[in-house]
Design a protein around this ligand. Structure first.
Ligand SMILES: *Cc1c(COP(=O)(O)O)cnc(C)c1O
Length: 237
C-alpha cells in the first residue's frame, strides 16, 4: 500500500489523465467515473482515498466487500467487479451500486430473484470476453444480444451496459480495437430497441489502458494499481 500522499497524488494524476483523454476526443470528463479498485488493500488505504473525495470503490470478492463495509460506515458507492457465485450474492445485492461482472443469464436470474425478495432493483453490466481469451470470464460477443433479451424480461434487475477486462498487454494501444468493439456492441444492442433496454454504461480500462478506453468511450474506468500501488496476494487459507 502506498502512503497517504502517494495515494492522493495518484488519484489527482489519474483524474488529470482521464480529463486529458476526454479532451483529445471531445468528451466531457463528467461522463467518466473513476472507480478506485481497492481489492486486497486495507481499510486505511480506502480511508486515504476517501480523504481526497473518492467515493467509488471496486471490490472483486464478496466476503472482502462485506468485511470492509462492516468497518466503514460512510455511504460509499461500492462496485462488484469480480466473478460471482450465486451462494455469495447475499453479500452483494443491495450493498453495491452496480454489479459489473454478470456473465450468464442464470446469474442474472439469481440476482433478480434475490432483489425481488429485498424489494429493490439491481443495476448490472454484462461482462463480455471481447478478445475471446481462454482464461477470461464473460459472454462471447455473439451471445450478448440474446442474453440482454432474456434479462430484459426479468423484473428487479436492469441491464445498464457492458463491461470488459481487456487482454493484459505492455502496449495499451493494442487494446483500442477491443474497446472500440465494446462501444460498437453497445450501440448495436441499443439500436435493436429491446423493451426496457437503454444501455449507457461502458466499464472498461484499468491501470495499463484506461486512457485508451476513455478515448474509445468508457464511462467507468477501474483503476487499482495506478492508485494504491502494487497488490500483495497472500496465499488463501
Ligand atoms: C483488479 C481489477 C482491476 C484493477 O486492475 P489494475 O490493473 O490494478 O488497475 C480492474 N478490473 C477488474 C475486474 C479487476 O479485477
Amino acid at each position: 500500500m502506498q502512503e497517504t500522499r502517494a495515494i492522493q497524488k495518484a488519484i489527482s494524476e489519474v483524474s488529470e489523465r482521464i480529463a486529458a483523454a476526454c479532451g483529445r476526443v471531445g468528451r466531457n470528463p463528467d461522463e467518466v467515473t473513476l472507480i478506485a479498485v481497492s481489492k486486497t488493500m486495507p481499510v486505511e488505504a480506502i480511508r486515504e482515498a476517501m480523504a481526497c473525495g473518492m467515493i467509488e470503490f471496486g471490490e472483486n470478492r464478496p466476503q472482502e466487500l462485506r468485511d470492509k463495509q462492516a468497518e466503514i460506515s460512510e455511504p460509499l458507492h461500492w462496485h462488484m467487479i469480480g466473478s460471482l457465485q450465486t451462494n455469495k450474492l447475499k453479500y452483494v445485492i443491495g450493498k453495491t451500486v452496480l454489479i459489473h461482472s454478470v456473465d450468464s443469464v442464470t446469474l442474472a436470474k439469481a440476482i433478480a430473484e434475490m432483489s425481488e425478495k429485498k424489494e429493490i432493483v439491481t443495476d448490472i453490466l454484462l461482462e463480455v470476453n471481447i478478445a475471446g481469451e481462454e482464461s477470461k470470464h464473460g459472454l462471447a460477443p455473439e451471445q450478448v444480444v440474446q442474453a440482454v433479451q432474456e434479462i430484459a424480461r426479468l423484473s428487479h434487475i436492469r441491464v445498464r451496459g457492458l463491461m470488459t477486462v481487456a487482454p493484459y498487454t505492455e502496449d495499451a494501444e493494442k487494446n483500442r480495437i477491443y474497446f472500440r468493439k465494446m462501444k460498437q456492441l453497445m450501440v448495436d444492442i441499443n439500436s435493436k430497441n429491446i423493451d426496457n433496454i437503454d444501455m449507457d454504461m461502458l466499464s472498461m480500462g484499468m491501470t495499463g489502458d484506461y486512457e485508451i478506453a476513455v478515448e474509445e468511450g468508457a464511462t467507468l474506468v477501474r483503476v487499482g494499481t495506478g492508485i494504491f500501488g502494487h497488490r500483495v496476494y497472500l496465499p488463501k487459507e
